[in-house]
Design a protein around this ligand. Structure first.
Ligand code: SF4
Ligand code: SF4
Length: 480
């Protein structure tokens, strides 16, 4: 398993080098050099922000196509609670669940039902392990990945329980095998996801060695086909197959998970910038009375994932309306579910942002970064292709960029060189003998060569910015 697997990718052929994405990446994982973006796969947490902001659709998420269902003898759909929030005037989740069967799935297992089990397990875990308070939800894989690379001190606060999608997959696979007698490999457990982060979770899970989810579809791909099937279902009599209640459905929006814990001592934040602010405050031990912290990388929670179709705030209202007349919870823990919910592996700190391999090396490189930053203007303009002057300085000490990538630095150099040339020209003008003029002439030629070299670098940079196009250097996560 590649622990830095990513589902967010770059199509270098579509990238225009416009630098829109570099500033929005919360982990400064993107650089634009030679007119093309690239993603550092160790820094990326698959939050999907760059997909949202790229005006040229050069960033996208990878996931499975609908026809993957055909590869299995028996398929079970795992609909995320956020799926229900995509439809207008939906007042019964059973319409969606029966439409999934009509679409071709053999069975459905609601992720919301598994979420009710995780809520119950969380209440139990927190009350039995008060020494680790406050606990941070591990339902959003981007948040767990962010903590893994940037907030090592908070790793002990991660709630060591599997996310609902994993619990749903284990239970769904077990039920399918019992029902059909088929071996596990002939059964496809297929999650319908609101975000790329959960696609990444399935390929490279944290907290468990291997995910029981076999395939992941995007809500936006399923939506049109499902909508047509829902219209047909709603005209007939359909059976009640939903097993999630208010608690399970609420996991689809920010604050929903925390509300199922029946405590006032919680904090819920959504949107990656807010999440980072909360984590920084937690590191500074600003929250002393909290029991639980729910964090979602997307605005509004899972309803705001980039693989959904509805506006996150409208979707949240729809979800709240849908759950209004539901019972509080409809699925409860058994002995079996108690065993499958806890993590089986821990999360290890990945020091990807360190500047060196040893403490000494990191310290000396940090000094180099500080020296370099004094040379740069501190405008964080992004023209160098790095999001900030500090990020450029760090790239330089890692050997991934040059000082001349900074256009201001380059201009200053040109200015100095032309001053030196004019001083030499003055010397020459003072009427030396022909032989004595040879040396300064050689120097002038050298200066002119250097100036024209630096000018061509500058031209290239400005040309890239003007045209929005450049050479064809592809990114680490490019599809090419
Ligand atoms: S630099 Fe490339 S990937 Fe980034 S926003 Fe511009 S076109 Fe999209
Ligand atoms: S998906 Fe990765 S590269 Fe894109 S903004 Fe998020 S962390 Fe940055």
């Amino acid at each position: 398993m590649d622990k830095f697997y990513h589902s967010v990718r770059l199509d270098a052929s579509l990238c225009k080098g416009c630098i829109n994405c570099i500033k929005r990446c919360p982990t400064e994982a993107i650089r634009v050099r030679g007119g093309k973006a690239s993603i550092n796969n160790k820094f990326c947490i698959d939050c999907g922000e760059c997909i949202r902001v790229c005006p040229h659709h050069a960033k996208h998420a990878t996931y499975d196509k609908l026809d993957c269902m055909r590869q299995y003898e028996y398929t079970v759909a795992l609909p995320a609670p956020s799926l229900y929030s995509q439809f207008n005037n939906l007042d019964d989740v059973n319409i969606v669940l029966n439409a999934l069967i009509r679409m071709g799935f053999d069975d459905v297992f609601e992720v919301g039902a598994a979420a009710e089990l995780v809520s119950e397990a969380t209440r139990k875990y927190i009350s039995e392990h008060e020494d680790g308070l406050p606990y941070i939800s591990t339902a959003c894989p981007s948040v767990v990945r962010l903590i893994r690379v940037r907030f090592p001190n908070l790793i002990p606060h991660l709630l060591p329980l599997n996310p609902p999608v994993e619990v749903a997959a284990v239970l769904a696979a077990k039920r399918a095998m019992e029902k059909t007698g088929l071996p596990r490999e002939k059964i496809g457990i297929i999650f319908i996801s609101p975000c790329p982060s959960k696609v990444t979770y399935v390929k490279a899970p944290l907290g468990t060695e291997k995910s029981q989810v076999d395939r992941v579809l995007a809500i936006k791909d399923v939506y049109p086909k499902l909508l047509a099937c829902m219209k047909a279902v709603s005209r007939e009599e359909y059976p009640t197959i939903g097993t999630a209640g208010k608690i399970g459905i609420s996991w689809g929006h920010s604050g929903g998970e925390a509300s199922g814990l029946f405590t006032e001592s919680y904090l819920a934040a959504d949107g990656i910038e807010n999440v980072i602010r909360v984590l920084e405050d937690m590191e500074d031990q600003k929250f002393t009375n909290l029991r639980f912290v729910e964090l979602n990388a997307c605005n509004g929670g899972c309803v705001g994932g980039v693989l959904t179709v509805e506006n996150p705030y409208v979707a949240e209202v729809k979800l709240k309306r849908l759950r209004k007349y539901m019972p509080v919870a409809r699925t409860h823990m058994s002995e079996n579910s108690q065993e499958i919910i806890p993590w089986t592996t821990g999360v290890q700190y990945e020091p990807v942002f360190s500047l060196g391999n040893t403490m000494m090396e990191s310290f000396s490189r940090l000094n180099q970064v500080e020296r370099l930053m004094k040379k740069f203007p501190g405008l964080d303009c992004g023209s160098c292709g790095a999001p900030t002057c500090k990020a450029l300085a760090e790239d330089i000490v890692r050997g991934e960029a040059n000082e001349s990538d900074c256009v201001y630095f380059l201009r200053e150099n040109l200015h100095k060189l032309s001053e030196e040339v004019s001083m030499l020209a003055e010397d020459l003008g003072e009427g030396r003998k022909k032989k004595e003029k040879q040396e300064p002439l050689k120097l002038i030629k050298e200066y002119i060569d250097r100036i024209s070299q630096e000018m061509s670098v500058l031209d290239q940079k400005e040309g890239v910015k003007r045209d929005g196009a450049g050479t064809d250097e592809s990114g680490n996560l490019s599809d090419d």
